[in-house]
Design a protein around this ligand. Structure first.
Ligand SMILES: [Zn+2]
Length: 342
């Protein structure tokens, strides 16, 4: 299917909220990892989201170019070209972008969408994320309001983050004193400033004890009930239909019952990065360790071209990551829920 535009994406989000499931939003940094997501989603009949981070975009542009917007464009162009070969819907999103990177990452991508629309072509990305969680809420929302106006003109979806997720992502480490739980008051302020229900959907990454990156099981004390409190405050202030589309960041390694509780309270998108990185690399490590004297030229021998051809282990890694995507879609209950072709 073609990459989801905001109307298709809105329908996806409505279906997820009504069905109490969420879409895996998987970070990719290359053609192979993007292909792995498409394969995994298609194999389990799930729609989903492909994301590119600032670091992922820089990497994809080449180690000497390091242009995060350019690399993100390359990946997005690839996904537009191949998405038609898979019978599922996929939205294209950009991941965490702090205020100081908006000009060099998100804005060039928005401008590219504006150019594409002017010539009758579809948007490059479905939506973009602005991460102002390190700023005071007022400054965070001042920037979000301006950005939402600009994105709205091109039917682009905005995702914001309120409160601070612990841990580290793309080299940005949250301070230990950071505010780890979003409050109902924060939620009401977001609704007041960003006009719920007006224009493309608004995605909100709220924090309820989530941690970005790596940790051992048991380290995280999630409180999904925070989301319920926020939704109830919204409904009270803006009517029963007022709801946010919540996004779950920093959920790698969470207990399944906690994930399901979060889905029950309105999480419709869950970012999954770390677990995918591991699945991909695990397959390559396996290949190299099992075939050590074939991938490496040992003691004057010549190795084995079949074993060190990057396609051999990259194909294994694509399949292993696709399996992990299937597991994520199953955990998030999106597997089997792909929208039927109309
Ligand atoms: Zn986040």
């Amino acid at each position: 299917m073609p990459v989801a535009d905001y109307e298709v994406f809105s329908e996806m989000l409505d279906r997820a909220r009504a069905g109490k499931f969420a879409y895996p939003a998987i970070n990719v940094t290359s053609l192979t990892t993007a292909n792995a997501v498409l394969k995994g989603l298609a194999d389990c009949k799930s729609d989903g989201i492909i994301q590119v981070s600032t670091g992922g975009g820089a990497f994809a542009s080449g180690v000497s170019v390091k242009d995060m917007a350019l690399g993100a464009m390359s990946i997005a162009e690839h996904v537009h070209r191949v998405a038609d070969r898979y019978p599922i819907h996929v939205a294209l999103h950009t991941d965490h972008c702090q205020a100081d990177k908006l000009e060099s990452f998100v804005m060039p991508l928005v401008e590219e969408t504006e150019r594409r629309r002017a010539s009758g072509r579809p948007n490059l990305f479905t939506g973009h994320m602005f991460d102002g969680s390190a700023l005071p809420l007022k400054e965070n929302l001042d920037i979000a309001v301006k950005l939402r106006e600009r994105l709205r003109r091109s039917d682009l979806v905005l995702e914001i983050e309120v409160g601070v997720v612990g841990g580290e992502e793309d080299g940005i480490r949250a301070s230990a004193a950071a505010k780890l739980y979003t409050t109902p008051e924060d939620t009401l302020e977001v609704a007041r400033r960003l006009n719920l229900g007006d224009g493309p959907p608004l995605l909100v990454a709220a924090t309820f004890g989530n941690v970005h990156g790596v940790y051992k099981p048991g380290h995280v004390k999630l409180k999904p009930s925070i989301l319920k409190d926020c939704q109830e405050a919204l409904a009270k202030a803006y009517g029963a239909d007022a709801r946010f589309f919540f996004v779950f960041h920093g959920g790698s390694g969470s207990e399944l019952h906690e994930i399901h509780e979060a889905l029950d309270y309105g999480v419709v998108k869950m970012n999954v990065d770390t677990d995918m990185q591991y699945a991909f690399t695990r397959a390559i490590a396996d290949h190299c360790l099992k075939n050590y004297d074939r991938v490496v030229k040992v003691d004057g021998e010549v190795g084995d071209k079949k074993a060190y051809d990057p396609r051999s282990y990259m194909a294994s890694a694509e399949k292993a990551m696709a399996e992990r995507v299937k597991r994520a879609a199953t955990d998030l209950r999106s597997a089997g829920n792909a929208m039927v072709k109309k």
